[in-house]
Ligand binder design. Structure first.
Ligand code: ATP
Ligand code: MG
Length: 717
């Protein structure tokens, strides 16, 4: 047990020792907010004698939850760490304990993107839809938006309607969006699945319905602490308000300059207006930065100061000088990657381990060139976002075997019944689907009942059923790692990979087993298969590769809250970062905050770069406005930029900024007004969409209404 007040400054100490009531910490990047939070947890446990199980500590990602847990364990010397988790995984805990109160079984499945895709696949097949109607990723977005904003009461259908009723609603839907939406709800209910949005909705509904259960949780959570509060969204905020309703001990920390999730509904107003919502709250500020060198901090401050809508605050470094912040302009994406690789090799020569180096980027696709160059140069690297560990095929398959044992659900069944090959191809699957539909049973049950059927004579259906039944019977209560080992072995799955010579995939399975051991060690004896399965569905890309000495690559969003000795921020090109999708002034400010988050991850070394390659739309690239936002004296350019390029860039940026401002000015016309358009002729404005900055116009000579951007010059008639 360490002295938890040591190594804290006065503001942090105040934050840690003010245990009662409502406290808000507003402070900049690297100022020790997360450290204060961890120490506060330890203080409550060590000094105040609070049980960890009575503290809820909310982090933004599972990865940061893992790190927080470790930090707290070191501080308290106790292995029990209470609820240190994301809002989503906290909801899993609540629902696992109490979902029966809203008639949803405790053995619900937590769905991730690839589960959702499997369900969409079924819906598309049943209703003859193709990806031309809507891609899966658009369908997922559509479902999310509909659940969040358009049909916030959708879950009533999932809970109250009998399965048949929901199916009818789905089958009678005519519009493509409705078919997909209700088809998905039906699929969800059929296997008792819940996606991320449902988790919070269901939990809120549960608390609303059952005052007893609500009070139980409110009483249990004597202290609530929330990190990264600037990115909380409305549902999470509501949940927080419910949870703290009894003890009213709430501690939140955030930095308005690091709001980077407004595109997903986050709203910084909850942080800024916290004192209005909770008038007796106390606000603590922290001004020193303990993470980054003065050079890095000055460059980051210079960038963020260009945002118009912000509360001014300047961070002061407490660290000694480091070298300058570099900026390198490369002629192509490949040359940029080569420059980064060469710099990394230099650092390594100087004794910097690869794992101290991280490459950050705005969008996943940037890694392709980096990977090619790194592979050629034999530089070890790990990608933390993109093909996420738990999204990989072999990992999903292995988890599906586990899920089969616990739930025998259709999703897992479809994934693995014919992997490895058991001669259960499409024809037989069609038969099973029909049988299951007609008899109201699961696919697994259908196969079980039809084992004697001629159709399954020449298949390995029987050993498959035996495997699942025996595992379920014999291994109930055994460690998950053991169950998995035996499933992979007896199913022939590992053998299949060995025959294919697929060492990478075998290595990944080994990593998975390792992560399960660690999970079991962390949660002690009570870890059941069901617990593990609900939590694993929430794991994002994994901490599992952490042990390797390799350069890390990740998106800036993933890097939130983390810190690294050396950071390369690459592809700082207009159209990449800021992204081409940036269509409004507020969105541009969010992009700038994102760049600020990226820069403030660096401790001692920061390298910025761009390249003159091609954008996805074929246009040639120019350096990002964010490079020019940083005071020229605060960056060391590896070579001066050609004057013509600087001129081109500043023209482009000015023009683009004017466009954004025009959009921000809002509509010049009102609904109902008649207008004239330079190409489409005369028409009437039907509606105005401020969010998308468009008018919907019915033109006299065009049968269907059109969306027209505010930007286009139309004139009143
Ligand atoms: P972010 O906004 O990026 O999440 P943060 O405010 O949460 O940053 P921390 O991650 O808590 O900042 O701290 C940044 C770094 O500074 C960490 O390495 C932390 O250990 C160190 N640090 C924090 N407080 C102190 C202190 N009082 N003395 C020395 N080092 C500190
Ligand atoms: Mg933090």
């Amino acid at each position: 047990m360490q002295d938890v007040l040591k190594n804290l400054n006065a503001a942090q100490r105040e934050a840690v020792t003010t245990t009662e009531g409502l406290i808000r910490v507003v402070a900049g990047a690297g100022s020790g907010k997360t450290r204060a939070l961890a120490h506060r947890f330890a203080y409550l446990v060590n000094e105040a004698g609070i049980l960890p199980g009575n503290i809820l500590c909310v982090t933004f990602t599972n990865k940061s939850a893992g790190e927080m847990r470790q930090r707290i364990r070191q501080l308290t010397g106790d292995s029990d760490a209470g609820y240190i988790c994301t809002f989503h995984s906290f909801c899993v805990s609540v629902l696992q304990e109490d979902s029966h109160a809203v008639q949803y079984p405790k053995r619900f499945l937590v769905l991730d993107n690839s589960d959702i895709d499997t369900m969409l696949q079924t819906v598309y097949e049943e209703r003859n839809l193709t990806l031309r109607h809507m891609t899966f990723s658009r369908a997922r977005d559509m479902i999310e938006i509909r659940k969040l904003f358009q049909e916030p009461d959708y879950y009533q259908d999932m809970l109250a309607m009998p399965l048949e009723g929901l199916r009818e609603k789905y089958l009678s839907a005519a519009a493509v969006e409705d078919i997909i939406f209700y088809g998905y709800l039906y699929q969800e209910k059929k296997c008792f699945g819940l996606d991320y949005n449902d988790l919070i909705k269901f939990t809120l509904y549960l608390f609303e319905q059952d005052a007893g259960i609500r009070l139980k949780w409110q009483r249990r959570l004597e202290y609530i602490m929330i990190d990264e509060f600037q990115d909380i969204d409305e549902l999470q905020y509501k949940l927080m308000c419910v949870l703290c309703g009894y003890h009213r001990n709430l501690f939140i920390v955030g930095d308005p300059d690091q709001t980077i999730y407004t595109w997903r509904g986050a709203n910084v107003k909850y942080l800024l207006d916290f004192d209005k919502a909770f008038p007796n709250c106390k606000t603590i500020m922290m001004m020193q930065n303990y993470r980054s060198s003065p050079q890095i901090l000055r460059a980051a401050n210079s960038l963020i100061s260009k945002n118009v809508h912000r509360i001014k605050k300047e961070l002061l470094s407490t660290l000694p000088d480091s070298g300058p912040v570099f900026f390198h302009h490369a002629e192509s994406a490949e040359q940029e990657a080569e420059w980064i690789a060469a710099k990394i090799a230099e650092l390594e020569q100087q004794g910097v381990p690869y794992q101290d180096i991280t490459i950050l980027y705005r969008a996943h696709y940037v890694t392709r060139t980096l990977e090619e160059v790194f592979r050629r140069r034999k530089l070890p690297y790990v990608i933390y976002s993109g093909a996420q560990f738990f999204d990989r095929k072999e990992i999903k398959d292995a988890l599906s075997y586990l899920r089969m044992t616990a739930y025998r659900d259709d999703l897992s069944f479809q994934r693995i019944v014919n992997t490895p090959k058991r001669n259960l191809g499409e024809k037989r699957m069609r038969f099973l689907k029909l049988y299951a539909e007609q008899n109201g049973c699961s696919l697994y049950e259908a196969l079980h009942r039809c084992l004697e059927d001629e159709l399954f004579r020449n298949t390995k259906a029987r050993p498959f059923i035996q495997l699942i039944e025996e595992t379920a019977a014999r291994y109930a209560g055994k460690p998950v790692s053991e169950v998995l080992g035996m499933l992979l072995n007896r199913s022939g799955y590992e053998e299949m990979l060995r025959t294919e010579g697929n060492q990478d995939r075998l290595d990944n399975l080994a990593e998975l087993k390792q992560s399960i051991y660690e999970y079991e060690a962390a949660c002690g004896e009570e870890c059941t298969l069901e617990d593990y399965l609900s939590h694993v569905a929430l794991f994002s890309n994994s901490d599992t590769s952490e042990r390797r000495n390799a350069v890390k690559m990740m998106t800036v969003h993933t890097a939130k809250g983390l810190e690294f000795p050396y950071v390369f921020l690459c592809s700082l090109c207009e159209g990449v970062f800021p992204s081409v999708k940036t269509k409004t002034l507020p969105a541009m400010e969010e992009e700038r905050r994102l760049a600020f988050v990226a820069m403030t991850r660096a401790e001692g070394g920061l390298f910025l770069s761009d390249n003159a390659g091609r954008n996805i739309d074929g246009s040639s690239r120019i350096p990002s406005r964010f490079v020019f936002d940083i005071d020229r004296l605060l960056l060391q350019y590896t070579a001066e930029l050609p004057e013509s390029l600087v001129a081109e860039a500043s023209d482009h940026i000015r023009f683009h900024q004017r466009q954004l401002s025009a959009l921000a000015a809002g509509p010049s016309f009102s609904a109902g007004q008649r207008i004239s358009h330079p190409i489409f002729g005369d028409g009437a404005i039907l509606a105005i969409d401020r969010e998308a900055s468009t008018y919907t116009v019915q033109f006299d000579d065009i049968p269907t209404p059109r969306s027209i951007s505010f930007r286009v010059r139309i004139t009143p008639l």
